[in-house]
Design a protein around this ligand. Structure first.
Ligand SMILES: Cc1ncc(COP(=O)(O)O)c(C=O)c1O
Length: 484
């Protein structure tokens, strides 16, 4: 019976079945996946089965062995990475897209919403007028796309079409060591090589030093290298620092170098009036990235790149003509059917042809709570980081490593009798992971190992900030009282 015949017309019923398991998961009462690793790994193994078991049975197996052993990232107390679980409407819009528009192409409401959602993002974050965007799978790809445009532009200035003829000269890309390493990878993928990355010094707040940048650019004028881009952070992954965008942008313009701003995490910070001023220099950017799957609550798989002019992307990423595409496309005015044309050709502006519809998800997220709701979330999370910072400053056993800019706060436990504070904080973090309720990550600020919560999940609320601080103090005290 299940031979070849995959169920294709019982979606509602199957959704009802899976919903029970998902609801249970979202109570977050399951033990961590590692607690039962032997059991679920033994069930989820073996060779490809000759015979299928049918959709309902697959759902039952998912419910028993897969979903309960999912990720801690979904938990409201998880402040570890810069992604989180999708909000309900994010999950539902994703499913709607999968069902009703498996591709972003075609003259459909989904293709239209790609454009509308990009326009809403640009308006919401106050991007320079006229900036045009494209969705991709996340910050890694979004940076790759922005830097691809930068590469094309830089080589065009010396009469080379890099997309056609390749990278014909040694390049330099200026960033700080705080920039996300997906930037380095993007530079490598674009053929410029990781060694093209030049790290500019940061100040005590982990922000790029404009003086150091200027000095480096002056020194590099003697070299036979091609300056391709200056990459600034609008919310670094480590500490949430925002580089001095205005000063850096002015230097980029003075030297006629492409100015790329990585706002994968931090661009939504523009909505917080307390920090909005730090984004002033965005007006000078040639390309800007943001991830909907970080602070906006989208499911993982949605980033966006904005540029001044789509041609910059088209020149780099166009697929070129292909018979299998062109044969079905008719002139726009003669479109009689949604399949007569591709809709807006996003596939010529990035690295994917087949791609899911992402705009409908971002549209739904904003439509649900409005810009006002997004602003309230961003402000709340930034305020939570500041609250942790205040507690760290006031408590005798805590130390603030860096004043927070956005929703990341770096702090550590301290004790007069502790001889190895970094080791002690590592132990505290290990215990937090074991307890599995408040789950921050860690980083280094200078030579200090610090606890690093990043508040950005829609489910992560005020008390999670307090709970984390209290648990850190509690674990630290216990370790110290045992004389470790
Ligand atoms: C500032 C920044 N840029 C880029 C990335 C990479 O994004 P993704 O993981 O979506 O590829 C991240 C990820 O955390 C980030 O924080």
């Amino acid at each position: 019976m299940h031979n070849e015949q995959a169920t294709c017309d019982h979606l509602a019923e199957l959704l009802r079945q899976i919903t029970t398991h998902l609801e249970e998961f979202q109570r977050f009462e399951h033990p961590d996946a590692v607690a039962n690793i032997v059991s679920w790994k033994s069930v989820l193994s073996g060779h490809a089965p000759e015979k299928g078991i049918g959709a309902s049975q697959v759902i039952a197996e998912m419910g028993e062995h897969v979903i309960p052993n999912g990720s801690q990232i979904s938990k409201p107390g998880c402040t570890s990475y810069i992604t989180t679980a999708a909000t309900d409407i994010g999950s539902i819009a994703t499913l709607a897209g999968i069902v009703a528009s498996p591709q972003r192409i075609g003259v459909t409401a989904f293709n239209h919403l790609e454009g509308l959602a990009l326009k809403w993002l640009a308006e919401m974050f106050g991007l320079p007028k006229g900036m045009q965007g494209v969705f991709s799978s996340g910050g890694s790809t979004a940076n790759l796309i922005g830097l691809g445009a930068a590469r094309q532009w830089a080589f065009k200035k010396i009469g080379i079409d890099a997309a056609a003829d390749g990278v014909q000269r040694a390049c330099r890309i200026y960033a700080t060591e705080q920039s996300h390493h997906t930037v380095h990878r993007a530079v490598a993928v674009l053929g410029m090589g990781r060694r093209a990355m030049v790290h500019i010094a940061v100040d005590d707040d982990m922000r790029m030093s404009p003086e150091a940048l200027r000095k480096q650019l002056q020194a590099d004028e003697q070299l036979d290298t091609l300056p391709v881009a200056i990459v600034a952070n609008a919310g670094s992954t480590n500490t949430g620092s925002i580089d001095p965008l205005q000063e850096i942008g002015e230097i980029a313009h003075e030297y006629n170098i492409w100015f790329h701003v990585d706002g994968a995490y931090g661009l939504p910070g523009t909505l917080d009036p307390n920090v909005n001023d730090l984004y002033r220099g965005l007006t000078l950017a040639n390309s800007i990235t943001v991830d909907a799957h970080k602070w906006l609550g989208a499911p993982v798989g949605i980033g966006a790149t904005f540029v001044r002019d789509y041609n910059a992307l088209h020149d780099t990423f166009t697929q070129g003509d292909a018979d299998y595409i062109e044969s079905t496309v008719v002139e726009e005015e003669r479109v009689e059917n949604s399949m007569d044309a591709m809709g807006f050709p996003y596939h010529d502006l990035g690295v994917e042809l087949s791609a899911p519809t992402r705009g409908a998800i971002v549209w739904a997220l904003i439509r649900e709570i409005g810009v006002d709701g997004m602003r309230a979330r961003i402000c709340r999370h930034n305020e939570m980081a500041r609250r942790v910072a205040e507690q760290a400053k006031q408590h005798p056993n805590l130390e603030l490593a860096l004043e927070p800019t956005l929703s990341i706060c770096c702090f550590s436990y301290v004790h007069e009798k502790a001889s190895d504070l970094n080791g002690l904080n590592k132990k505290i973090h290990r215990q937090l992971m074991k307890n599995g309720v408040n789950i921050p990550s860690t980083t280094m600020v200078g030579d200090k190992f610090v606890i690093r919560p990043c508040f950005l999940g829609a489910r992560t609320d005020w008390h999670h900030a307090d709970d984390l601080v209290n648990e850190v103090i509690d674990i630290g005290n216990k370790i110290m009282s045992k004389g470790i």
